[in-house]
Design a binder for this molecule. Structure first.
Ligand SMILES: [Zn+2]
Ligand SMILES: [Zn+2]
Length: 276
């Protein structure tokens, strides 16, 4: 994909994943549609992500809090804002938050970011507040309180809409993938190892992409499968794609600092896939 800055490279972003929750009680059939699905364990981790360089910090997604954890039986290891603080990011000072989509595990606790502008796709906002939410299967991954909070921030003038592809800053762009939700977007980030894609729920697990098998929470299966190819084109190699919920991310990438073992890892250095 061509860059908008040919010949004049911008400062690369530091990029990291911050883990705040876990769900151990899952089987393969909970995470894949089709294929040779057996009933072995297939846990998920929950992350927020940070792209940072000298002039700007972007937080990608805001996670969920204790109510959602209790309601849905997830292990909340720490509040997302608390996890960010451990990684050196003060959520009260963050100016840009990218919401990949509005599902409960990606768009809670917006109030923890009182100075932020929230970036979202037109299609996601319309989907989460429109006719598809008449159907319990489609609204189940949303938490109405998150959606209401999002609308309040919209009415406070703090939301920026994007349609399909947007360059937010040289070296950081948003790309609508759809599939999992109508307006799911991924984030393409320029780092010292090249273009890395924060795939969020465009690929929950490495195996969803590698095997071409959709995750069972799906708005449009064709777009989801096409999305695996799209994110493949946006990253420099398969090792430049970071899935949204795979516990292998914490194994493949080095921790941000010794104190952040199992909490935060660097995505701007190559993964050590032999550790899987
Ligand atoms: Zn989702
Ligand atoms: Zn998710």
């Amino acid at each position: 994909m061509p860059n908008s800055f040919e010949g004049r490279l911008p400062e690369p972003f530091e990029l990291f994943a911050v883990r705040y929750a876990h769900h151990g009680g899952r089987k393969m059939s909970d995470n894949f549609i089709g294929g040779d699905i057996h009933e072995s364990a297939s846990p998920l981790d929950y992350f927020v992500w940070v792209a940072r360089r000298s002039d700007k910090t972007f937080v990608i997604d805001t996670g969920f809090g204790p109510e959602a954890a209790k309601e849905r039986g997830r292990d909340l290891l720490r509040l997302p804002a608390g996890a960010l603080k451990l990684a050196g990011i003060d959520s009260t000072q963050v100016e840009h938050v990218i919401l990949t989509h509005l599902h409960y595990d990606h768009a809670g606790s917006l109030d923890a970011f009182p100075r932020a502008r929230f970036h979202i796709q037109d299609a996601e906002s319309a989907y989460a507040t429109g006719r598809c939410m008449c159907h319990s299967y489609l609204r189940h991954p949303y938490d109405v309180e998150n959606v209401v909070s999002f609308v309040r921030h919209l009415y406070a003038g703090r939301v920026t809409f994007h349609d399909s592809v947007s360059e937010l800053d040289p070296g950081l762009s948003l790309h609508r993938v759809g599939g999992h939700s109508a307006g799911l977007q991924v984030v393409r980030v320029w780092t010292q190892r090249g273009w890395v894609v924060v795939a969020s729920d465009a690929a929950h697990l490495y195996a969803n992409m590698q095997r071409g098998l959709p995750f069972p929470v799906v708005y449009n299966a064709a777009e989801m499968i096409e999305g695996f190819e799209l994110i493949g084109r946006l990253g420099e190699s398969p090792e430049h794609i970071v899935p949204g919920h795979d516990p292998l991310v914490m194994k493949f990438y080095p921790r941000l600092s010794p104190e952040l073992e199992a909490i935060a890892v660097r995505l701007d250095v190559p993964p050590n896939v032999s550790r899987g």
